[in-house]
Design a protein around this ligand. Structure first.
Ligand SMILES: NC(=O)c1ccc[n+]([C@@H]2O[C@H](COP(=O)([O-])OP(=O)(O)OC[C@H]3O[C@@H](n4cnc5c(N)ncnc54)[C@H](OP(=O)(O)O)[C@@H]3O)[C@@H](O)[C@H]2O)c1
Length: 332
């Protein structure tokens, strides 16, 4: 099978295409024929081996696994002898954790990882995005932000994967949402349902004469200190990209009075918590006909281009690798 291989840590150019043996599922594994794999900033971080501390898990001197790609959607091709609850031919999506392996035509995943059947009404390319922006923005807004109807919410990075889900979810929770983005993304961000949009290249939102109950910085481009000015008395500042002070507050569970500075490592939550959130998000896609923000699709051979594009930091929503050959349609 064709696979995109990352032999060492480095820039996107170190990636090579190889023909490697198609894996065979062990007794508790599921062989998935991959249709789509997601390319996120954290996938780029696996490739660069940065931050260095992450190498304790991904491999000290070179990546422990050479086929990268955490999140996938596809169809079950074969089941290990002990796998229950799934059938050959099921459309599934999931996240293979540190074992990665989605940048290939096939991947073997454990039945205990986050793997779920795709409901009939949802397209594979849409549902895969729940594994990144969806299950990040939801726990931030619902659990850390305790978002409520009618609250004023500012989403910084509304054109990104996490931020666009931040807008969609805050609207679901009936908040008044202001999105922060660059000039080129204003119209796009409006389509997500924002009540207001701020162009950060023209306006310094930290100096506005306005207060927000929740400020969700999805891209780590602001600071709690600067945003305090526009945070309501009991307001919550949520950031997906930690700085040391926020990390320490989170690790030592420091009680904060008044305005709060909060971080969560949502990716490290237990599989059962992720399953619960994915069930909720799937229902939302179906009942509210929500369409995740989709950007470019690249072929597996063009993974270098995909990685460069995502690493550039300007993607609009979600970037996918599609296993579709030229002229061939995906199964879903
Ligand atoms: N804490 C967690 O558990 C967790 C989980 C998932 C992801 N993350 C992290 O969350 C971050 C966001 O991920 P993502 O995939 O959503 O990122 P992304 O899609 O790559 O974000 C890029 C978007 O942000 C916009 N942007 C850039 N600078 C901006 C600024 N100063 N103000 C407002 N918007 C700006 C870009 O457009 P323009 O350049 O045109 O403005 C682009 O649309 C990543 O660092 C990721 O590692 C954390």
């Amino acid at each position: 099978m064709k696979a995109s291989i990352c032999p060492k840590y480095g820039t996107p150019d170190i990636i090579v295409m190889k023909d490697i043996a198609k894996p065979t599922p062990k007794e508790n594994e599921i062989l998935v024929k991959i249709e789509y794999a997601l390319v996120s900033p954290s996938d780029c971080a696996f490739r660069t081996g940065k931050p260095w501390i992450a190498r304790l898990f991904s491999g000290l001197f070179k990546p422990r696994v050479s086929v990268h790609g955490e999140m996938y959607a596809g169809v079950i091709e074969e089941l290990g002898s002990n796998v229950e609850d799934f059938n050959v031919g099921d459309r599934v999506y999931g996240s293979n954790g540190m074992k990665l392996g989605s940048y290939a035509e096939y991947s073997c995943v454990k039945d205990t990882t986050v793997i779920r059947k795709i409901p009939d009404k949802i397209e594979s390319k849409h549902i895969i995005t729940l594994l990144d922006g969806g299950i990040t923005a939801l726990p931030f807004l619902r659990d850390k932000g305790e978002i409520k109807q009618g609250q004023e919410v500012l989403v910084i990075g509304a054109s990104g994967s996490v931020g666009s889900f931040g807008v969609l979810l805050a609207k679901h929770f009936q908040a008044n949402v202001t999105g922060v983005c660059s000039t080129t993304n204003i119209e796009l961000v409006k389509t997500l349902g924002c009540d207001d949009v701020i162009d950060y290249t023209m306006v310094d939102y930290t100096k506005l004469d306005k207060e927000y109950d929740i400020i969700f910085d999805a891209v780590g481009k602001s600071s709690f200190g600067d945003c305090k000015n526009i945070l309501s008395k009991e307001g919550r500042y949520l950031r997906t990209v930690p700085v040391l002070s926020t990390m320490l507050k989170a690790v030592f569970k420091k009680k904060q009075k008044g305005k709060k500075d909060l971080f969560a490592a949502t990716g490290l939550r237990k599989p059962h918590q992720k399953h619960q959130d994915l069930e909720f998000l799937e229902e939302l896609l179906i009942t509210e006909n929500i369409k995740p923000l989709m950007d470019k699709e690249f072929s597996l051979e063009d993974n270098i281009k995909a990685q460069k594009y995502v690493e550039g930091g300007h993607k609009k929503g979600n970037v996918l690798i599609s296993m579709k050959q030229k002229g061939e349609k995906n199964d879903s």
